[in-house]
Write a protein that binds this ligand. Sequence first.
Ligand SMILES: Nc1ncnc2c1ncn2[C@@H]1O[C@H](COP(=O)(O)OP(=O)(O)OP(=O)(O)O)[C@@H](O)[C@H]1O
Length: 965
Amino acid sequence: MVEMLKGIPLLIQQFKALLKKNLLLSWRNKRATFMQLFSSIFFIFLMFCIEQAIKSRFSDTTAYQNVYDPKPLMSPPIPPCEDKFYVKLPCYDFVWSGNRSPRIQSIVKNIMANNPGRPIPSHKVRSFRTKEEVDAWLFSDPMHCPGALHFIDRNATVISYGIQTNSTMVTKRGKVEDPTFKFQVPLQFAAEREIARSLIQVPNFSWNVGIKEFAHPAIKTFSAVGMVGPTFFLTIAMFSFVLQIGSLITEKELKLRQAMSIMGLYETAYWLSWLTWETIITFLSSIFLVLFGIMFRFDFFVHNSFAVLFLIFFLFQFNMVSIYLQFSSGSSTDAVKITVAFLLMQLVTSFGFPYTFGTNRHRFIWSLFPPNLLAKALDMLEKATATPEDKGISWSSRAKCLPTEMFCNITIADIYKWFVATFFLWVLLALYFDNIIPNSSGVRKSIFYFLNPGYWTGRGGGKVEESGIFSWSSAIPPLEYTPPDDEDVCEEENVVKQQMNEPTGDPNIAVQLRGLAKTYPGTIKITCSCCCKCERSSPYHAVKGIWMNFAKDQLFCLLGPNGAGKTTTINCLIGNIPVTGGDALVYGNSVRNSVGLTNIRKLIGVCPQFDILWAELSCQEHLNLFASIKGMPPASINSVVEKLLAKVQLSDAAKTRAGSCSGGMKRRLSVATALMGDPKLIILDEPTTGMDPVTRRHVWDVIEDAKKGRAIILTTHSMEEADILGDRIGIVAKGKLRCIGTSIRLKSRFGTGFIATVSFGESASGLTHVNEDATASTEPHHLAVKQFFKHRLDVVPKEENKSFLTFVIPHEKEGLMTRFFAELQEREKAFGILDIQLGLTTLEEVFLNIAKQAELESAVAEGSLITLTLTSGQSLEIPRGARFVGIPGTESSENPRGLMVEVYWEQDETGAVSISGHSLETPAPINARTIASKATTSQKANLGKPGQVLGIIFDPNDIQGSNTR
Ligand SMILES: Nc1ncnc2c1ncn2[C@@H]1O[C@H](COP(=O)(O)OP(=O)(O)OP(=O)(O)O)[C@@H](O)[C@H]1O
């Protein structure tokens, strides 16, 4: 026997195995992993586009630059009119008035000829006599010219002039046109130059005028990173989170985590493996983010220190992982909602609250949310690289305030400290919520679980509750003890009770259920939409006190209709849900105590009802992982896995991923999981569902082999499987054990009786006009046999055709059977009989009978009424499921108890019972006790209409020799 790992070595082995699993899942989900690592390039590229667009929009302004030595604009030429935004063609570079004066004509001629770099052709200029004419023309033909010059020749020494320009500032494709500098100043310079030359009569007089802006600091700073960075980086964090958290949620939803816990997974190993994996991914994605920023030559990324930037992004993303972990119990839409809230908070931060103004308390609260810290950090880093002269924040200056910052409340180094603190805060909260939010089985720990010293010492802190956090359980009503009706169940109960009083338990017993009961609490939920209301659901007794033993080296088959309580019983046994009554011992360990549960989990192997597998992992990888979690020594894992794969005939499919396996292959893998680590108790919940007959037989062999040295509990809906594999069978229905024993015992006690099949030979049915169908019964031999059965046993064939007749003989006739069959055999030849076969009824029939009985019982207990219409036309209200019903008003001196009928019930496909008919009216026996003749309170409520009569219900045990069906 292999020695299993325990304690720290097991924790390390589990941690490594889970980390490998995460690596494999990420590797197999390449697209998601690629997005996680490289989604930042997309957002960085978007920021790059935004920066380029804004740069080009403001390329003609120096407002965003420090201007130390402004360059003068020397004698700017009059631009061609086509340069004017939205000009209509044909256009004029300028128009002028005063064309009566030859001196003015010459001045204009010179303006045109001396335009620097571009003499103006005459068709690009238009002249008018007066400025009124110019105005009239401008009015009727707008947008054909950017400016006008108006000259007045006053006398020999005075020439006056005026300028008109279209002064509307317009923008085109992001460019702003400033009409003053573009058109007005060149016209002014040209007019003054040529007027001066004309007046002083020196045509080449040098006239150079320049204009120059003030030297000024950048009026405004702009950076795409500063503007949209906080939003984009938060989106990057959310984007990669949604992908990461997907697998965390999947593991919880698919109950993978619960399955691993049952195998003995330490919570610490689980969380450590996740955090380590997240650290690796966040580390890489933060490095890539800064590298992409540098690649796109953002000043923000180029001038700030790589280490400073990396640490900001790494700590921020790491914080976001810890925040989003709160939602591992919820869905990714919750994460999106919280991201929107964070974006709004960031918006507030960008207006300066609370780091520029606001109190310390405001700053403290605000800093608990990492996106706010990121927004502040980005703001500082952006200001530190606002202009080419700002050299950014270096590693050594991370604790210093920026010289340009007026209110310095926080530095980059403070932000690091905050990030570390908030990380721990949010991780602890995530762990807390993980414990108090109901898991996939609907159980959770108390909201003050951490105050229980047992939680920290591992002794008793695992106590769980079953209500939601925002709802509370109503009191669980006590379960009334009702002694079992069945003698075998009663005996089993007595045996268990007796063994409880013995000082040493029976060594052959693996599991003992001691009145195990489970009541799901009803919950009171407060729901608020337009108004708040309380919704109350009543408690439900799913398992109502089961007493029984499961022996070693035996397979116990637990049967029962849907909702009988089988899975609930199993869940109580493996500690998935807490028991509410009684106890269960697994090899002496009680499920009621957490140390016992920890021991139980080391002893059991479970094949759950639904395959709990990762689609991306192969069969071999699953078994390797589970072997590591169970604590198998590393050296033995490979050989154990190989043997198990061979056992369930999956060696050839060892490398096939579970997602590509057929349903039958997955079930076999789940069976192999249950057999892992030589468990002392194997629980198989419907293990062969979906298998073909050949594979199923093989798995039966595997299960049969596994019996040695251990106990197996198997639930199944296949009666054949139960018949073949079950050493003992128990049928539960409505939370109670209804019968227990070997297959033969159950069939003989609960079957309708015996099945006799009589086959006929060729000669016997050899009439030439043989009819192929059931009319063959008209043959003389068939008729004779049928009459023989009818006459001696009072039974008619259940099935018939030309070759055989099948009869069901009730148990009451058992006494007559020996003689009857001896006589039948003697007359075989005379009847033309080829063969007679006698067998018990099937297990399926037993199952159906028990299920029907349980359904009737519960219907009676519920007390709901149904109308029985007698053949006489009279209607009676009777409790659903009542068997013998007395008819009120039929009492006479001859029949003092009156007349009664037996009611026949049937179950529909949902299991509900309804009346299928009733017997003839017969006198009710004198001694028959009445169960109910007056309506109970709940029945009275149902007896609404006047004239409704409640039938008299007799105790079936007192009705002897009744006509039963
Ligand atoms: N968390 C729960 N809260 C309330 N009722 C529950 C809960 N889980 C199960 N039940 C109820 O308990 C009853 C027993 O359920 P259980 O799952 O044990 O049946 P089962 O015998 O395993 O059925 P099946 O053959 O369909 O698996 C059912 O009526 C079910 O609706």
